[in-house]
Design a protein around this ligand. Structure first.
Ligand SMILES: [Zn+2]
Length: 252
């Protein structure tokens, strides 16, 4: 089996996490890697089902060398998203108050554009290239090859290349980390949207010819500004809430 990123044949393949452990650790048991997922109804908040099962790594995706490279970007993202207390975070004005589209947002300054953008692109490529559950339905079509080329040459591209609009789920300042959801919409070859909710963050990727105009302002900027929209759990459609591995179906 070839590495799907660099194409090398008969390589030592890595055990590759599609969504990095640092975003999944809140919902997975450290030893077993298992998680308990509770699926709630959007409207009524009623519990629909309880599923057990973690998100398995993909053992058929990339070679050890490519995985090492991806790991460098993952480590930077982990520091930025969860550990870096020196971040400059400011409020930003978003949208248009007169038309009622204004909403709360923050911006993180001084982000390393190259490293964080490559992290975002690698996340998108991993979701699009992997066939492990729950990423199997995601199809990024013709974009897959271009993304792989950018990753291989460590080229983060311009802000408008595969823009990703991010949000945090932190109502009232409490960071909601134990949600997981991934969804995928495609309109023929024109526009594809992939949304990942994990570890308290939302990543919404836009691919195709018709990328919405607002991504100009809300994707990671070349000057290091990373806008973060603020989302309430109730604003996320169809969200699966995952609770800690110690929870059981009995206490549902
Ligand atoms: Zn490789």
């Amino acid at each position: 089996m070839n590495c799907q990123l660099c194409g090398s044949d008969r390589p030592q393949l890595a055990s590759a996490q599609i969504v990095p452990d640092f975003m999944l650790k809140y919902i997975q048991d450290e030893e077993s890697g298992r998680a308990v997922m509770r699926v709630y109804d959007d409207e009524s908040d009623q519990l629909l089902q309880v599923e057990e099962g973690g998100i398995e790594p993909d053992a058929e995706l990339v070679c050890e060398a490519c995985w090492t490279t991806i790991g460098e970007w993952d480590r930077y993202a982990d520091r930025l998203m969860y550990q870096d207390s020196g971040l400059v975070i400011e409020n930003m004005s978003v949208g248009d108050e007169e038309s009622g589209t204004a909403e709360e947002a923050k911006v993180i300054r001084n982000v390393d554009y190259g490293r964080f953008k490559l992290f975002q692109l690698s996340l998108l490529w991993r979701m699009g290239a992997s066939d492990v559950i729950p990423f199997e339905p995601i199809d990024i079509g013709i974009h897959r090859q271009r993304l792989a080329e950018m990753l291989r040459s460590r080229d983060p591209g311009a802000p408008e290349d595969f823009p990703c609009v991010m949000a945090t789920i932190a109502p009232g300042g409490v960071h909601f980390v134990d949600f997981f959801d991934v969804r995928f919409w495609a309109e023929r070859d024109v526009a594809t949207t992939i949304e990942l909710v994990s570890g308290g963050f939302v990543f919404r990727f836009f691919l195709g010819r018709e990328v919405p105009k607002f991504t100009d302002r809300f994707a990671l900027q070349q000057n290091g500004d990373l806008p973060l929209l603020q989302r309430h759990p109730g604003q996320l459609q169809g969200l699966m809430k995952l609770v800690g591995a110690e929870a059981t179906a009995d206490d549902a």
